[in-house]
Write a protein that binds this ligand. Structure first.
Ligand code: PEP
Length: 249
């Protein structure tokens, strides 16, 4: 059995004060919850507040991205060492919103993934097809391409801390959710690519999360699927009671 990871992606929501307020309410709601790993990925400026609020709990903290250079004249960028130093254990890499709005490509995803793993972070690599790709029946090709390019040059010894989130882009923030069958089919393609790159034993242990309009009402059906090893949750992670209900699916 793979322990599930229930991760919140706060995107560009919450000030530090709002992050602190969230933690005050959320921590007691999930106290003692050991069945799943709980992760919160806030905006960079909220990391300190979330790390502080998570002290003494089993809630882990992640960043939403990292740059691939160690340091230098890269105004506005944040390095893996910086987020590690700030208390992050996880990092989201290649989220579809980064691909869609900020010029992220399979190649830059690969660079970020490599440095994140080198820094000892636990990356959650996001892959997933857009609606036109699903309708054109090329979902499998898209997933295989995104995975194989992201994995390029990464040795199986380094990949141990990797998790992947299958996030069909048509389901993100739209209220549409992939059926368990759609998610399970995509997850097995991703697992095959991971086996190809890093070996069968690694692939069996790899956690593949589902993301796309997960909410309290659909979390238990999705999380009950053997192929689904957790959730990456956007909108429904912003309220403490809603995210706590998902954690306790
Ligand atoms: C996400 O941001 O990764 C996501 C899945 O968003 P939402 O849950 O709002 O669809």
């Amino acid at each position: 059995m793979r322990k599930k990871i229930i991760a919140a992606n706060w995107k560009m929501y919450k000030t530090p004060a709002e992050a602190r307020e969230f933690m005050e309410k959320f921590v007691p709601l999930v106290a003692g919850h050991e069945r799943d790993e709980i992760v919160i990925c806030p905006p960079y400026v909220d990391i300190a507040a979330v790390v502080d609020g998570a002290k003494g709990t089993n809630i882990k903290v992640g960043a939403q991205d990292v740059y691939w250079e160690k340091e230098g004249a890269y105004t506005g960028q944040i390095s893996p060492a910086m987020v590690v130093g700030a208390g992050c254990e996880f990092v989201i890499i290649g989220h579809s919103e980064r691909r869609q709005y900020f010029g992220e490509t399979d190649d830059t995803v690969n660079r970020r993934l490599e440095v994140a793993l080198e820094a000892g972070l636990r990356p959650i690599l996001c892959v997933g097809e857009v609606l036109e790709e699903r309708e054109a029946n090329i979902t499998e090709d898209v997933l295989r391409r995104q995975c194989s390019r992201a994995f390029r040059g990464i040795g199986s010894n380094k990949a141990a801390k990797l998790s992947i989130a299958y996030e069909p882009v048509w389901a993100i923030g739209t209220g549409k959710t992939a059926t368990p069958k759609i998610a399970a089919d995509a997850h097995s393609i991703i697992r095959e690519e991971a086996a190809h790159a890093f070996g069968g034993e690694f692939a069996q242990k790899l956690r593949i999360l589902y993301g796309g309009s997960v909410k309290p009402e659909n979390a238990s059906e999705l999380m009950a699927q053997e192929e689904i090893d957790g959730a990456l949750v956007g909108g429904a992670s912003l309220k403490p009671d809603s995210f706590a209900k998902i954690v306790k699916w």
